[in-house]
Design a protein around this ligand. Sequence first.
Ligand code: SF4
Length: 380
Amino acid sequence: MHRGIYVHLPFCPYICPYCDFAKWPHRRSAAQRYLQALYAEIDRAGETRPSGVFYETLFLGGGTPNTYAADDIARLVAHISRRLPGPEQRETTIEVNPELVSADDLPVYRDSGINRISIGVQSFVPEEIRTLGRRHTAQDVERVVRDCREAALSSVSLDLIFAVPGQTPQTWRRSLETAITLGVDHISTYGLTVEEGTPYQTWREREPGAFLDDSREADLYEIAIDMLEAAGYEQYEISNFAKPGHRSLHNANYWANGEYLGLGVGAASYVNGVRSVHTKDLETYVHAALEGAPVPAESEELEGAQRAGEAVMLALRTAQGVSLQAFKERYGLDFLDFYAPIVQLYRDDGLLEVDASHARLTRRGRFVANDVCAAFVTFA
Ligand code: SF4
């Protein structure tokens, strides 16, 4: 079975107004203390690791991991590799903010074992970048992609956001075209969600007309699918497109309902059928980890139909869909019998298709994936 490790590095050079991740403005002393806490948590996880357990992928996410110096990152990766071993060529990803990447960082990343870089671009259109509260330029991104190639990093990915206030089909096409022209290996496209308690929520309450409605958002999503597929990117998941050989194994493991170990403040884990999320309080996390104590977390053990429903939700996000055979073997349930009423409903609506081996969302189904998936999770 595949297992992944996710490490949360929560500091950012500034805070984006739409963000609801666990994140804090960067301060050197707090960031260094956090790193010590992380080392302690890694040591503890290493001591309690059942023998024979290996981790095939490692993902450094955030926050903005590259608020840390490249040497700090290299030491962290080396420490994780010692305590939580995996294959020699483990897929190791780092998320970066393009304006903070220097050409000298990239060989350091590469030599530490990092082989995937995920650049938080969001848009190539200056007004949209400003609306999102980001400060990089399109030139920063072009420079980083070029430097990644020179440093021979094997996979370069970009994140883009659609349904940004003020975005039009023309500006969205411009961002997609620029990403395609840069020749990156992987592109993730996320529809903007307005999260509770963020400055964006206040903005939407004040000026709802500034935000795109569902139908305009669906149009932009369709543009992305058409342009990226035409450019040779396979849509292997609702939000993810890859050139051949460049799918994210780490994320594929989430969608296959595989196990993962989350380290750091607010990090989520799924181990032995138990989902847990670490405290999102920075001081509580740091204090517990430095004490060598278990990090306070909320956990939930999924059982029976609930566990199966979660697996369906995750698998339906992928292009391949739910394997009927694998589902039966893993959960002891016949997918088509067990979910007969909703399968029928969504097939009739043209949102779900079923062949001899798989059930998957149709193209139309991908636009309402959240609703369809939710129906499987709550069905019991
Ligand atoms: S860089 Fe990412 S994690 Fe940091 S504030 Fe912006 S969206 Fe949130």
